[in-house]
Design a protein around this ligand. Structure first.
Ligand code: GDP
Length: 302
């Protein structure tokens, strides 16, 4: 079970601490909740979300008249799922245009795993029998185009590219023409991720988006922001920056396997109101999984 093994570090950090906590306490008091609060904060659940969760827990414990700390554990799971699922202002699934071209734009800073995620998704769609094309829109980072080509060869998907330093909007234009000519189902578009020059980056994103919108009405159908789970609260700051610059429709949270602080998933959903659509649980082709709150939370405790 990929989901479960990918969460090993978080489970060890978080669930073991909760297990230890409920074993040490005989009754549920203020100290108990304070310790629980600390464990949640350390798992990067996010201050605001932790406060909400603790309030909910206190009410639920009172309402059900729970005395035994061991019983609180299942209530924690329930409430975590509830907190995640209650923000259903946007769907968890991708907006796929059946029988027409679906354009997915990927944004995010360098090193978060954007190229890898595009490669993994290309593989996923390809093995579902869909015709996929990738656009090498990161013309800025040295090696980004080649890296996408390596993925293209690995998964058997064509990459549309120009030279390093070329205009990403021009690459996008070419890619769209190619996708139309080949009657592709899915176009996956990489973009540059240099955040040092925020104004330029955002201008570039706008231009790329304008080309896509002009060539295909209604596109891009998804703008997926890729975030690295190991960067914790930094990922939250990046999310806010990109949210200001463009219409982010979903998040791909990578490297969840590499962090003990997987609580960031809940903070993103609860505080930014953007659905986490996929999580990265490793470096291989099939290490990308659709995000499922129940699987995630129960995977933590079992
Ligand atoms: P980009 O600069 O955003 O395009 O990032 P890359 O796709 O080049 O990824 C940066 C590094 O992170 C690479 O070494 C990837 O193999 C690694 N990586 C990406 N996603 C994951 C993941 O879900 N888990 C792990 N463990 N590593 C990942």
């Amino acid at each position: 079970d990929k989901f479960k093994s990918g969460l090993t570090k978080t489970r060890t950090n978080f669930a073991n601490k909760v297990n230890d906590l409920v074993a040490r306490y005989r009754k549920i008091d203020e100290d108990f909740f304070e310790e629980l609060e600390e464990i949640l904060i350390q798992a990067d659940v996010g201050f605001q979300t932790v406060m909400e969760l603790i309030d909910e827990l206190k009410m639920e414990v009172k309402r059900r008249n729970i005395q035994d700390p061991a019983e609180v554990q299942s209530v924690i799971s329930e409430k975590l799922v509830e907190i995640y699922s209650s923000k259903d202002d946007a769907p968890n699934t991708l907006n796929i245009q059946e029988g027409a071209l679906t354009v997915i734009l990927f944004v995010g800073v360098n090193g978060v795993g954007k190229t890898t995620t595009i490669g993994k998704l290309a593989h996923k769609f390809n093995s579902e029998g869909k015709k996929v094309i990738m656009a090498a829109g990161d013309t800025f980072r040295a090696g980004a185009i080649e890296q996408l080509e390596v993925w293209g060869e690995r998964v058997g998907v064509e990459v549309i590219k120009q030279g390093e330093g070329s205009d990403p909007a021009a690459v996008m234009f070419d890619a769209i023409q190619a996708a139309k000519a080949r009657k592709a189902d899915i176009l996956l578009c990489d973009t540059a991720g240099r955040l040092q020059n925020k104004v330029n980056l955002m201008k570039e994103l706008e231009k790329v988006k304008r080309v896509i919108e002009r060539e295909i009405p209604g596109a891009p159908h998804e703008v997926l922001l890729v975030l690295d789970a190991t960067t914790g609260q930094n990922a939250m700051i990046q999310a806010k920056t990109f949210q200001e610059a463009t219409n982010v429709s979903g998040i791909v949270l990578t490297k969840l396997d590499g962090t003990a602080k997987g609580g960031i998933v809940l903070a993103i959903r609860n505080e930014l109101h953007i659905p986490v659509k996929f999580v990265g649980l490793g470096e291989q082709m099939d290490d990308l999984q659709p995000f499922d709150a129940e699987k995630y939370v129960y995977g933590l405790f079992s």
